[in-house]
Design a protein around this ligand. Sequence first.
Ligand code: G3P
Ligand code: CA
Length: 355
Amino acid sequence: MQAIARLCCLMLLPLAGLAEAEPGRELAARQGIAYPAVIAHRGASFDAPESTAAAYVLARELGADYLELDLQRSKEGVLVAVHDNDLQRTSDVAERFPERKDSPVNAFTLAELKSLDAGSWFNQAYPERARPGFKGLQILTLDEVMDIAEGDAQKRPGLYIETKVPSLFPGIEADLNARLQARGWLEQPGRVVLQSFDRNSLALLHKHMPQVPKVLLLWIGKGSIEPASTQSFAQSGETDKAAFYARQQPRSRAEFERWLDYAKAAGAIGTGPSAALSAGGAQSYADLVQPWMNQLSHDKGLLVHVYTVDEDVDFAKVMAAGVDGIFTNRSGRLLQYFSRPAVLSEAQILEAQGF
Ligand code: G3P
Ligand code: CA
């Protein structure tokens, strides 16, 4: 009998070892969240204009686990997917509404937002990835992103929704709850993950949707983790912002831990820390996924979903450091890295989908 028990223990050892090596796997399973999670940042936004139908359909067809979006609200109260605080970078607002070009999203009615071209800027910025089908793409409502997520019976990505500048949109957490409820999106555990840099907004999301997994986004700077050095980018004399960010460290281990505790207090099941990217660039920030940070997060029962990583060298680095999921502009590349490659290339999918 003892021999049999020992044999069982020996057989279980590799599994126990795996659980230790991947502490986030069980945490993710408990929440119904894929592990490791492939989160399509503003859709497949390397290959198509961010937050448009092309980007979200492409991410869905590639097989991403989640479509990520930044939630804002039109003048009359319709929820829309827009990242920036204004519309200048990703639309023709400066030509269409020059007097309001730097106004926030809620200065525009839905009809006005819908009249903007949210695709042509991409063709100009990235001529090597430009496509005629991107011209005239529209800003999407939350409902339209849900329609896309539901649009292929074989591929059913979830939504990973960020309340963006929530102070501009009082009540947006309740509005979001109402839309998700109305569409039956809250019935399946882990189909929606909610995220915010703003812990007050996160707490409000928790109040309205206590059962839905939530993630507190982390970075080093105002309103988040305090840095070890108080020298600003301007004071540093640095010209490369990514290089400046890469040198930033939390003021202390206790300061980092304080933010994990804020996350838990606001009802979060995980954090979304920034990453420093090997090649730098506009989406490279402080390295907040150092092994000790991820271990501390796991010790507190928190998942770690890092933003925003696009290259194999960085996928390898953050996975080795212990993260549980990755926000990426390149879902196809990350899925390939995780040995879940799509059958068709990005260009083939876009062609087949009419873009
Ligand atoms: O939501 C995760 C990541 O998207 C946070 O950064 O600025 O791209 O929304 P941002
Ligand atoms: Ca976001």
